[in-house]
Write a protein that binds this ligand. Structure first.
Ligand SMILES: Nc1nc2c(ncn2[C@@H]2O[C@H](COP(=O)(O)OP(=O)(O)OP(=O)(O)O)[C@@H](O)[C@H]2O)c(=O)[nH]1
Ligand SMILES: [Mg+2]
Length: 199
């Protein structure tokens, strides 16, 4: 999709604050610093629309970005960041879980995993959780510009094995720096939201 218009509509912590206009929604999850905000910025061709930071744990609420009056991206708080207190982590967990399990407009989850490493226990738990609730998942391996392309297949295999990856889902290697994988991410989103054929 060629994006001309995008609006950060709201930050929500409770269902009463979610948008009410019934557009399809795609959520993005992943550990702090994995590149969720950077992925959103790359998809909408903005340098720093979604707030990115070298300091993990910046995104602490559900942030809804309305794109072209077609869909919402929902940037969720990053999990697994040790410097955030245990209480705060539990709160994040509840916000994410309440949203993912109760939202009719949710069409899919983009699960971001650092492409340089094996998935963390939190990454695996998030995938298992999404599968338990029958949420379609696109696994995005991030920061792939930091790995030579010759090693991409091997990383894909490692990540899929650790997740016990379900072939109904999709996997893509991505870089917010080079834009690698961006078209595949958009194709998946358009398919999930049933807004294809406009590219
Ligand atoms: N080289 C490289 N760096 C990246 C990429 N994606 C993100 N980064 C960097 O990683 C850091 C974290 O990126 P963010 O997009 O803010 O991560 P986030 O997942 O939104 O983090 P939280 O909001 O804290 O959960 C920033 O310094 C980004 O510039 C990528 O594809 N390649
Ligand atoms: Mg962020």
């Amino acid at each position: 999709m060629e994006v001309h218009e995008v609006e950060m509509v709201m930050s929500a912590v409770a269902a009463s604050q979610y948008p009410t206009d019934q557009l399809p929604e795609i959520a993005l999850s992943g550990r702090s610093n994995v590149g969720k905000s950077s992925l959103i910025n790359k998809l909408i061709n903005r340098k720093s629309y979604a707030r990115t930071s070298s300091k993990p744990g910046k995104t602490q609420t559900l942030n809804f970005y309305r794109v072209e009056n077609e869909l919402y991206f929902v940037d969720v708080p990053g999990y697994g960041y040790a410097k955030v207190s245990k209480k705060q982590r539990e709160k994040f967990g509840q916000i994410i879980e309440a949203y993912l399990t109760n939202r009719d407009n949710l069409r899919g989850l983009i699960s971001l995993i650092d492409g340089r490493h094996e998935p963390t226990d939190d990454d695996i738990a998030m995938y298992v959780f999404a599968k338990y609730y029958d949420i379609p998942v696109l696994v995005v391996a991030t920061k792939m510009d930091k790995i030579s392309t010759g090693k991409w297949n091997r990383q894909e295999k490692i990540i899929k094995e650790a997740l016990d990856f379900n072939p109904v889902d999709k996997f893509v290697c991505f870089s917010a720096l080079t834009g690698a994988g961006k078209d595949t991410v958009w194709e998946w989103i358009e398919q999930q939201c049933d807004i294809g054929g406009r590219r």
